[in-house]
Design a protein around this ligand. Structure first.
Ligand code: NAP
Length: 296
């Protein structure tokens, strides 16, 4: 089902796309193709299912087929790094790439997830950003990008809660040794009910980056949360996740991750085309696509 105003394809069409496995669920083709149509750009965005063992060949094909660039999603964000000619400072720090630009055969990697999450914070919380204490659930790839955006937004205290404590400690060390949070305190707790709940009730901002639902895992407190002003779930399909429903029940504002996807897409569009992205068109395309792809 089409969700875009794709331009007519001809011999001059520039191809961009998404490398991942799976990619069938992705909303990025709808978002980017709508933007190309709106701007009248002769570009086309395609999903490419790339299996782990095919990644080296797929990366080579960016140059040999003359793709303008690609986004990269799971499971390749980290493994792709070693195949690239250059990395942005943030991608180098995170050792993870979600956008590759092809500059005449030289491949440059960057991480627009950081910009994406920062865009979400600015767009939804703006000057009311509750900077005192952020509790980050998870320490995987997206949690790393989120933590850099939290530093950029000026968080004063960060607690990282993860099932695998060593992974959370690895992220905390990276942030401390890299002096990412100039004055903020960074701590780690195990993702167990009691220590986690103690941290959550005194947090002003909670961000869920777990790939499993923390409500279904039975981890969250059920009382009113007086300190918490916002709870953000990186997931967005369905738009109101059970984590967001939980936040609202406990008196906090619930925000899904769609604006992070939009924010990283705005940045990727600018990298691919060199033009400013049409924000409203891209947002509308995403909202429409979520409805189409929503399987309750
Ligand atoms: N909105 C957006 O634009 C956007 C962007 C990126 C990602 N996301 C979403 O964010 C989520 C995480 O993505 P990711 O790339 O960070 O994944 P990831 O690197 O695989 O990290 C997964 C995290 O979930 C934890 N986890 C997994 N299963 C668990 C379980 N049974 N119990 C407790 N913890 C568990 C892992 O803990 P361990 O370390 O202990 O394994 C880890 O902290 C996904 O839902 C993804 O779709 C959204």
């Amino acid at each position: 089902m089409s969700t875009s105003n794709l331009m007519a394809i001809d011999g001059e069409t520039k191809v961009v796309g998404l490398f991942g496995d799976p990619v069938g669920h992705s909303l990025s083709p709808a978002m980017h193709n709508a933007a190309f149509g709106e701007r009248g750009l002769n570009f086309c965005y395609l999903p490419f299912r790339v299996r782990r063992e095919d990644l080296p060949a797929a990366i080579k094909a960016i140059a040999s087929l003359g793709l303008r660039g690609v986004n990269v999603t799971a499971p390749h964000k980290e493994s792709v790094v070693s195949y690239l000619d250059e990395l942005s400072p943030e991608a180098g720090f995170l050792k993870a790439v979600n956008t590759i630009e092809n500059n005449g055969g030289k491949l440059a990697g960057c991480n627009t997830d950081v910009d994406g999450f920062f865009f979400l914070l600015q767009n939804n919380l703006g000057k009311a950003f509750p900077a005192e204490k952020a509790c980050l659930l998870g320490a995987g790839g997206s949690a790393r990008a989120v933590s850099l955006a939290l530093a950029r937004a000026g968080v004063s205290s960060l607690v990282i809660a993860n099932r695998t404590v060593a992974r959370a400690e690895g992220l905390a060390s990276l942030l401390i040794e890299g002096k990412i949070f100039e004055e903020a305190e960074v701590r780690v707790v195990k993702l167990d009910k009691k220590p986690l709940q103690e941290e959550i009730v005194s947090s002003t901002l909670i961000i869920n980056t777990l790939s499993k639902d923390p409500v279904e895992l039975g981890l969250l407190p059920q009382e009113e949360m007086r300190s918490c002003q916002a709870a953000i779930d990186l997931r967005y399909n369905p738009p109101e996740t059970s984590f967001i429903k939980w936040a609202k029940r406990c008196g906090a504002r619930g925000i899904n991750g769609l604006d992070m996807l939009l924010g990283q897409g705005l940045k990727a569009f600018e990298i691919f085309t060199g033009e400013k992205a049409p924000l409203q068109i891209m947002r509308e395309a995403l909202i429409k696509a979520v409805k189409i792809y929503h399987h309750p």
